[in-house]
Design a protein around this ligand. Structure first.
Ligand SMILES: Nc1ncnc2c1ncn2[C@@H]1O[C@H](COP(=O)(O)OP(=O)(O)OP(=O)(O)O)[C@@H](O)[C@H]1O
Length: 446
C-alpha cells in the first residue's frame, strides 16, 4: 500500500520493503513527507484508506503538529538522522484515532539501489510504558520532560544496572521504580520496597538482612530479611538519604561483594537483587556535609533519573486530572471552568500526590456531580501565580520571569502555538525557540 503517484517507482520498491515488516512502518523523504506506509500502519486508521495519509507530513499524522516535533520541544528522530545519517530511536506520544499512545519510534536512512535516492524508514514499536497497555498501572504524561524520563526508564529497564531516582515528594518515584521492575527480566520475581526513613539503626539492619534466633532480645526465631525476600527480583530502597551512616557501610559492602550475613549469623549469604534507590533529598549536598558516604553515593548513582516536579510539566495536568478522575469515579464527572482554572493554576508543592488528594476530596464533596471551586477549598486561597508575583517582594531575573510566564500561558491555553505566538507578539519561530531553550535548561542528566 503506498501513497505515491504512479510515476514514482521508488515508492513502489519501498512499499514492498515495508510490507515485509509486521510493525507499523512508513517511509519519509527529507522534508518529512510520507512516501509510503505498510498494511500494519494503515490499520491504525479506522478507514484504512491511503487517502487519509497521502501527502501528509509525519508530524501531522502522529502529533497533529504543523511543524516538525523538535520545533515543539520534542525529539525529532528525522532531524537527528538528517544530522548524522545514523539510526535513532526516541519515545513519543502518538495521537492515533484511538487516543494518545506512548510509542518508541525508530528511524534510519535507506537508499534505493536503482535510483540511489535516499529515503527514511520509520518503524513504530508499542511501548510497554504506554499507560493503555493492560499490564501497566499508568505513568501518565506527555510533556517533553516526562517523555525524556520515560525514554530513560525504557533504556535502563532491561539491564541489571542500579538506578537512582531523584525527585520531590509525590513525583512518582515508587511508581517509576515499579515500572522499571515490571519491564525488566526480573518481572516474575518479587518487587520489595524498603522505606529507610523512620527505622532505627538496629531495626533497619534486621529488616534488610534478617536475623538468626536469639540475635537480640526479642528475636525468638529466625527471620528472613528483605534482601532475601527480593531474591531474583528488585529491591527498592526509598528515602535512601535517611540511612544511618553505619548502615551505609553495610549497604556498600553488600553492593560490592553481593554477600551479606543475617544479624547474629555467621554464614555468608549470596544476594541476587537489582537495587533501585530513591530520595527527595539533595544527596550531593549531604555528601559534602558528611551526612552521606561519598563512595556509596557514587555506587548508587550509576544511572540517575530525575523525576520532574509537576510545576515543571504543567502541560500534563489535564491528562493527570482525567486519569485520576477515571480511577476514583465510575462515571464521568464534569469540572466547571473556574474549578479547572484553579486546578491548572496551582503550583502543587506535593506534586501528583497532592493533585490526586485534591481531586479525591473534590469528588466526595461534589457528590459525584460537577466539580466547582467550592469543592476545591485548598485551592481557593492560592491566588493564580501570575498575580502573586506582583504582590511578592521577591525579585525574579527576567529570564526566570519569562520562563514562568511562558509556563503560565501554556498551561492555560489550548490554542495552536502559532496563534499563541501572535498574541504574545513574537513569531512562532521565536516562541518555539524560547520553549526549546527552556526545555534544555530543565533537561535531565545522564
Ligand atoms: N506519572 C504519573 N501518572 C499517574 N499517577 C502518578 C504518576 N506519578 C505518580 N503518580 C501517583 O502519585 C502518587 C505518588 O506517587 P509515588 O508514591 O510513586 O511518589 P514518590 O515520589 O515515591 O513520593 P514520596 O517521595 O513521598 O515517597 C501515587 O498515587 C501515584 O500513583
Amino acid at each position: 500500500m503506498s501513497t505515491e503517484k504512479q510515476d514514482k517507482p521508488l515508492a513502489i520498491t519501498i512499499s514492498s520493503i515495508l510490507n515485509a515488516f509486521s510493525e507499523p512502518m512508513i517511509a519519509l523523504d527529507s522534508s518529512y513527507q510520507v512516501l509510503a506506509a505498510n498494511r500494519s500502519y494503515m490499520t491504525l486508521y479506522p478507514s484504512g484508506k491511503v487517502s487519509d495519509i497521502a501527502g501528509k507530513k509525519c508530524h501531522e499524522l502522529s502529533h497533529g503538529y504543523s511543524v516538525p516535533c523538535d520545533q515543539m520541544g520534542e525529539n525529532c528522530p528525522l532531524s537527528a538522522v538528517l544530522a548524522d545519517h545514523g539510526a535513532h530511536r526516541v519515545t513519543h506520544v502518538h495521537q492515533s484515532p484511538t487516543g494518545p499512545h506512548v510509542v518508541e519510534v525508530e528511524l534510519w536512512p535507506g537508499v534505493d539501489p536503482v535510483s540511489q535516492e535516499v529515503f527514511y524508514l520509520e518503524k513504530i514499536h508499542p511501548s510497554p510504558l504506554d499507560s493503555r497497555s493492560a499490564s501497566h498501572e499508568g505513568l501518565v504524561g506527555h510533556s517533553p520532560m516526562f517523555l525524556q524520563m520515560l525514554s530513560l526508564i525504557h533504556k535502563v529497564a532491561s539491564k541489571n544496572t542500579l538506578v537512582f531516582l531523584e525527585g520531590e515528594t509525590g513525583t512518582g518515584k515508587e511508581l517509576v521504580a515499579h515500572a522499571i521492575h515490571q519491564f525488566s527480566p526480573r518481572r516474575e520475581k518479587p518487587f520489595v520496597t524498603v522505606d529507610c526513613s523512620g527505622l532505627t539503626e538496629t531495626l533497619i539492619e534486621s529488616e534488610l538482612f534478617g536475623h538468626e534466633k536469639g540475635a537480640f532480645t526479642g528475636a525468638q526465631g529466625k527471620k528472613i530479611g528483605l534482601v532475601e525476600a527480593a531474591r531474583g527480583g528488585t529491591l527498592f530502597l526509598d528515602e535512601v538519604g535517611e540511612l544511618p551512616l553505619s548502615m551505609q557501610v553495610k549497604l556498600l559492602r553488600l553492593l560490592e561483594t553481593n554477600i551479606f550475613r543475617r544479624v547474629g549469623g555467621v554464614d555468608p549469604i549470596k544476594a541476587d537483587i537489582r537495587l533501585i534507590s530513591a530520595t527527595h533529598r539533595n544527596l550531593r549536598r549531604m555528601v559534602e556535609e558528611g551526612g552521606f558516604r561519598k563512595d556509596l553515593f557514587y555506587r548508587l548513582n550509576i544511572f540517575p533519573i530525575r523525576l520532574p516536579a509537576l510545576r515543571d510539566r504543567k502541560g500534563d495536568i489535564p491528562l493527570l486530572i482525567e486519569s485520576v478522575m477515571k480511577r476514583f469515579s465510575d462515571h464521568p464527572v464534569l469540572i466547571d471552568e473556574d474549578a479547572r482554572s484553579l486546578l491548572l493554576g496551582h503550583s502543587y508543592p506535593g506534586n501528583i500526590r497532592e493533585l490526586r488528594n485534591i481531586l479525591e476530596r473534590a469528588l466526595i464533596l461534589s457528590d459525584g456531580e460537577t466539580i466547582t471551586p467550592d469543592h476545591l477549598p485548598d485551592l481557593q486561597e492560592s491566588l493564580p501565580e501570575i498575580s502573586s508575583w506582583e504582590e511578592s517582594k521577591q525579585l525574579l531575573s527576567l529570564r526566570e520571569a519569562e520562563g514562568r510566564y511562558l509556563d503560565w500561558v501554556l498551561s492555560r491555553s489550548e490554542e495552536p502555538l502559532s496563534d499563541l505566538a501572535l498574541k504574545l507578539g513574537v513569531s512562532p519561530r521565536t516562541l518555539y525557540r524560547k520553549m526549546d531553550k527552556k526545555r534544555k535548561r530543565g533537561s535531565h542528566r545522564v
